[in-house]
Design a protein around this ligand. Structure first.
Ligand code: NAD
Ligand code: MG
Length: 396
């Protein structure tokens, strides 16, 4: 019999969190929920606490905690309520937890993921920003804490599945030539370039294949998501930038591939449903039911295109930031978060996203981060720079 895994789910109310709980609910003999966390979707969190009998629930601040306590009491639940960053770190590292799903969106997910790494947990990493911002420090923490890292991002999960089980960070030793990172190309793959400046947040969020949170949907439209994933792949698989080839594959059936020296290419295929990578990581090394239907290959064409940097300047900015290293990937990420939020609020144009990131990168201080505090500072500066750029555009 397999041992029951005790879980903390960071970002339980988001797309990844909800999909995780869907898989968990299919295997009551394997998983036990210890802690669930959310930003401010309190009703949803209460329903999840009820269904999964979570011992702890964590929210952003004291005010949300008070409201959550009232809701839980009214529902007759005993869940203990905590709040704030220290509480997120606590539920990510406490001894009774085996596995942490890191599915908070954005830079807010960094500290709890670090806490899980230091505490030697099995980490199911959805929050790619952790690796983009702090790849070096995070991988050091994983090694020092004896943590186990399993990628949730569908591409990285596919690469992980396509690498030999004995892969230990040396691609050459495994005969790997390149990683082929697939991308759908998003909703604007064929939009005339001249029309891109006018696209709206609603159009940007209407992803052709995947249902995702708003921020990552915009990132898919600009292909910054792929840029962040290039950086993520660099850290997860110790791959040099020139070993990572981005391949546009509009059908999203192949989730990524590994190209070996002998000419073999190993791929992982499936329906575009995050429950597949989530179930793979939850069950690892076993395969468990995810609720995803079998892939029907008949009547489908699989096509591939090279990415065009004129259409997707954010992808180029990400490759550049990775090549320059140091604090620049964190700057890229922060400026992007800030610009995407402004775009989603209807206060910046679509083309301003790339332009403001470029501005923030040009004004960033370089150098290696010595600590998380250095990164937090670079992150804040990048947000200010991106905002200043967008403000100037609005006035001008
Ligand atoms: P989402 O916006 O749907 O959910 C985010 C979760 O984080 C919610 O539970 C929200 O309440 C919580 N949250 C937001 N801000 C917070 C804060 N400041 N402090 C604490 N909690 C906060 O996002 P998502 O689509 O589920 O994505 C989550 C992460 O997974 C992201 O890093 C994303 O890049 C990554 N990811 C998502 C997908 C996908 O298909 N959705 C695929 C690959 C990777
Ligand atoms: Mg992905």
């Amino acid at each position: 019999m397999t041992k029951v895994q005790n879980l903390t789910i960071l970002g339980a109310t988001g797309t990844i969190g909800v999909n995780t709980l869907d898989v968990v609910a299919r295997h009551p003999d394997r998983f036990n929920v210890v802690a669930l966390t959310a930003g401010n979707q309190l009703e949803k969190l209460v329903a999840q606490c009820r269904q999964h009998q979570s011992r702890y629930a964590v929210v952003l601040d004291a005010d949300a905690a008070t409201r959550l306590r009232d809701l839980l009491a009214a529902a007759g639940l005993q869940t203990q309520v905590l709040y704030g960053m220290a509480a997120l770190e606590q539920v990510a590292s406490m001894p009774e937890v085996d596995t942490v799903m890191a599915a908070i969106v954005g830079a807010a997910g960094l500290r709890p993921a670090m806490a899980a790494a230091r505490a030697g947990k099995r980490i199911l990493l959805a929050n790619k920003e952790t690796l983009v911002m702090a790849g070096s420090l995070f991988m050091q923490a994983v090694a020092a804490g004896g943590a186990e890292l399993l990628p949730i991002d569908s591409e990285h999960n596919a690469i992980f599945q396509s690498l030999p089980r004995e892969f230990d960070g040396d691609l050459a030793a495994c005969g790997v030539r390149r990683i082929l990172l697939t991308a759908s190309g998003g909703p604007f793959r064929t939009t005339p370039l001249a029309d891109l400046a006018q696209v709206t947040p609603e159009q940007a969020c209407a992803h052709p294949n995947w249902v995702m949170g708003k921020k990552i949907s915009v990132d898919s439209a600009t292909m910054m998501n792929k840029g962040l994933e290039v950086i993520e792949a660099h850290w997860l698989f110790n791959a040099a930038p020139e070993q990572i080839q981005v391949v546009i594959h509009p059908q999203s059936v192949i989730h990524s591939m590994v190209d070996y020296l002998d000419g073999s290419v190993i791929a992982q295929l499936g329906n575009p449903d995050m429950r597949t990578p989530i179930a793979y990581a939850l069950g690892f090394p076993d395969r468990i039911d995810s609720g995803v239907s079998a892939l029907d290959l008949f009547g489908r064409g699989l096509t591939f295109e090279a990415p065009d940097y004129d259409r997707f300047p954010c992808l180029k900015l990400a490759f550049d930031a990775l090549a320059q290293g140091g604090m620049l990937p964190a700057v890229l990420n922060a400026a992007n978060e800030s610009a995407v939020a402004t775009f989603l609020a209807g206060e910046a144009g679509y083309s301003d996203i790339a332009a403001s990131i470029e501005y923030a990168l040009a004004h960033a201080i370089s150098g290696e981060p010595g600590s998380l505090d250095d990164l937090v500072e670079a992150d804040a500066q990048a947000r200010r720079d991106a905002e200043a750029y967008l403000q100037k555009r609005k006035v001008g």
